[in-house]
Design a protein around this ligand. Sequence first.
Ligand SMILES: [Zn+2]
Length: 237
Amino acid sequence: MSTQPSHKATPWQPSTTKEQDWIKIDLHIHTLDDPKDAVDYSAHQLLERARSLGFRVLAITLHDAVFERREVFADAAAMGILLIPAAEVRLCGGDVIVLNVSPFGGSIGSRLLAEIDCFDAIEYCHFHIGLFNPNRRAKRVATQFGKPLIATSDAHRLHAFGRHYTSTPMPVALTAENVFAALRNGPLRLTSPSSSFTDFVSAIYFVFLAHPFRLRRKFGSLMKHSSNSKPGVAPQC
Ligand SMILES: [Zn+2]
């Protein structure tokens, strides 16, 4: 994203166009290509689910790696889905979603204010339940600096994709530049329902038990494989 917003975005502005003109966007999703997390669904499984749920714009945001499998981009395009090259990078201890070549939101704590001009949008975290909502501060900062809030799923499990997303009116042409302009200028709709108690328990189970176990299985087996490999031959995920 390289241009400045033409006016202050109004993330909660209601729709002014027909319902069928709006598109669903999720710019923070992981797949099993992720080099750091142990995710159990493929980019193509994600595309199939995205198509069935009516998504038109996605970004696969691997940790510290740009997703650049050309065949997936081609397949997404054939399905009418714009896949934006992206990554989730660790910058000075904070995770930032980078789209194309520019940073686009993130939760980097107090440095967000000091570096606010570097960011085009602020991410609305999917994980909130009842009074526990870490997005309150994000909303205040977004309002204060005229930045759009962008709801994403940060999906690490396929069923988690599809519930948290941002919608905009369909641009004239579905290009990354037009989508970014729509996100900057609004109107936007954020879909990010409060977690249910079941979601909450499931997330705690996944984060503290299931995912660490998967990581041990994934990277444990890779290390074992690597130690049995010839020098210079990297294991493939
Ligand atoms: Zn993430």
